[in-house]
Write a protein that binds this ligand. Structure first.
Ligand code: PEP
Ligand code: MG
Length: 579
């Protein structure tokens, strides 16, 4: 029978496929008991998984030798110790031998027992070691459930999971996954951003899916509306096909805007730059007629792999990006790992109580100078092939900009001495995503050549509402008067100093936000190429003079509803249509 479930659409597109359910290990029901004859085999399976987890840990330690600060190495040591801990191992063996538990069930039982001990501890530090226990157990669990070689394909499947990490998305897609549904997650998470970039339909925050969907169920997932249809009948299959045709038609209609200028009705040209995470995005940006790249997120290069990319590899990628944009400016953002962009290379291995406020962005780069220098050298070398701008994420102090500037100057002169072509002048910019940087802009604006406002993070830090936490998703909104006023201030201050300023957060790619951003004086948008033509259409429908006249009224709005009303009025004043 047809059943409909709902979540939040996070990456547009409609997919039809079979469900592949991935339960979090704490919920894995699996087989609880094994027959007496299978006990030895089960013990062997468990120990093979533990050995594999140990080997993985050793390999990671070896690979990162010297590249890690002491405290991160200590975490690895702690994990290795846990893997050898008799308390864990002997008890697991006993549970399998005496109770005939399956390896997975024994792992879960022992984890829960130890968790009780950890939770009962007074000492907050020891208590927090539960995270380490969970990490180690989840690694053993992953090896225990590794699919046999040869069963790699997920072709035509829709992954149903609790959460999906940015680091696994590209691989899942290359294995044939056609859509993803997660019970948790948020439309502004980095996984959602990456899914949009990969054109992989994604529905997040679909509560209940893990209990209601089973492996092999046939599903339609609509990443736009957030609807999930289980066991679609003839009617739903027809609707799905109609939806695909509709999406294709919309794209065809928009495509005539590819060669049209991004100009308002009253004749003002607006710059549309693209956000990119991969070479495909670069090709897409080029095809859509982007004026350049306003944000190249380099961390995605680090997310999908186990070892740090070296200078040569990074250089080739950045150089090809620059060549791909054929002389248009390419803004390369230095590494912005941390928070929900946890990598597999071990760079961000340290468990932080509050990672969004922790060692991320430029803070991480400055704390890992070797890693930062490798990246900067690669970027500087790429600047010999076309216009490159360097963008620094998570800036909160003048000193951070100064530190990056000094490094760049020293590295550039070293590279020139080595005979590399490095551009004479490379523009340096700061992301404005920490409220302190927005408020104290005057204190460092003299050091930068351009600014890019990262509203995804600015909103979360300004409103103290985690961008990934569905529970506060109604609070997390760019339509808060504080956000609108701060944006207005930053744009005005930048313009007073003659410093170019763009918005590169997700709101820049939302056609409905166009009138608001234009009213605030924004003339540069940086957005994913997938929505570039829709935003161009929206800009072409606007009259900038009229919007600027309504600027003060916008700033007077007292709440979200007031700002929504302002947008509705502004949109009614423009005549939608394809020009
Ligand atoms: C932002 O914070 O708005 C931004 C563009 O950076 P990211 O989404 O990569 O954190
Ligand atoms: Mg950010």
């Amino acid at each position: 029978m047809v059943m409909r479930l709902h979540g939040h659409g996070a990456s547009r597109g409609s997919a039809l496929g079979r469900a592949r359910v991935r339960l979090p290990y704490t919920q894995e029901t699996g087989k609880k008991h094994v027959p007496a004859a299978a006990v030895e085999g089960e013990l062997q399976r468990l120990h093979q998984a533990i050995d594999a987890a140990r080997a993985e840990m050793r390999e990671l330690r070896h690979r990162l030798q010297g590249a890690l600060p002491a405290e991160v190495g200590e975490f690895l040591d702690l994990h290795a110790m846990l893997l050898d801990d008799p308390e864990l191992l002997v008890a697991l063996d006993e549970l399998i031998r005496n109770n005939r538990y399956s390896a997975a069930y024994a792992l879960r039982t022992q984890r829960d027992r130890l968790a009780q001990v950890f939770e009962g501890m007074e000492d907050a530090y020891l208590k927090s070691r539960l995270d380490d226990l969970d990490h180690v157990i989840s690694r053993i669990h992953a090896f225990l459930h590794k699919r046999p070689p040869g069963v790699k394909g997920l072709a035509g499947e829709i992954l149903v999971c609790e959460n999906v990490a940015p680091s696994e998305l590209a691989q899942l897609q290359s294995q044939g996954v056609v859509g993803i549904i997660s019970s948790g997650g948020n439309t502004l998470s980095h996984s959602a951003i990456l899914a949009r970039s990969l054109h992989l339909p994604l529905v997040v925050n679909a509560s209940g899916v893990l209990n209601r969907l089973n492996d092999g169920d046939v599903l339609i997932v609509d990443g736009g509306s957030g609807e999930i249809i289980l066991d679609p009948g003839a009617v739903e299959l027809d609707q799905h096909r109609a939806r695909l045709r509709e999406l294709a038609r919309e794209q065809r209609e928009l495509s005539h805007l590819r060669s049209k200028p991004t100009r308002t009705r009253d004749g003002v040209d607006i710059t549309l730059l693209a956000n990119a995470e991969s070479h495909d995005d670069v090709a897409h940006a080029h095809a859509m007629g982007a004026h350049g790249l306003g944000l190249y997120r380099t961390e995605f290069l680090f997310l999908q792999r186990n070892e740090l990319p070296g200078e040569e590899e990074q250089f080739q990628i950045y150089r090809d990006t620059v060549l791909g944009m054929c002389g248009r400016p390419v803004t390369i953002r230095t590494l912005d790992l941390g928070a929900d962009k946890a990598d597999r290379t071990g760079l961000v291995l340290g468990r932080e109580e509050n990672p969004a406020l922790g060692l991320r962005g430029v803070r991480l780069s400055l704390a890992r100078p070797k890693v930062a220098d490798t990246q900067l050298r690669a970027i500087l070398r790429a600047s010999g092939y076309g216009p490159v701008r360097v963008l620094v994420p998570m800036v909160s102090t003048r000193d951070e900009i100064l530190a990056v500037k000094r490094r760049m100057t020293r590295l550039a002169s070293g590279l020139r001495n080595e005979g590399h072509a490095v551009a004479e002048r490379i523009a340096l910019g700061a992301m404005i995503e920490v409220p302190a940087a927005a408020i104290a802009l005057e204190s460092f604006i003299d050091l930068v050549d351009f600014l890019s406002i990262g509203t995804n993070d600015l909103v979360q830090y300004l409103l103290a509402a985690d961008r990934n936490n569905e529970a506060v998703s109604t609070l997390y909104s760019a339509l808060h008067p504080a956000v609108v006023r701060l944006l207005s201030q930053v744009i005005a201050a930048a313009q007073e100093h003659g410093t170019p300023v763009a918005v590169c957060g997700e709101i820049a790619g939302d056609p409905q936000m166009v009138p608001l951003l234009l009213a605030l004086g924004l003339t540069e948008f940086s957005l994913h190429p997938a929505t570039l033509l829709e935003v161009r259409r929206s800009i072409r429908d606007c009259d900038l003079g009229l919007l600027r006249d309504r600027h003060q009224k916008l700033l007077r709005a007292r709440d979200r509803r007031g700002i929504e009303r302002w947008i509705a009025d502004a949109t009614a004043g423009s005549s939608p249509g394809l020009r």
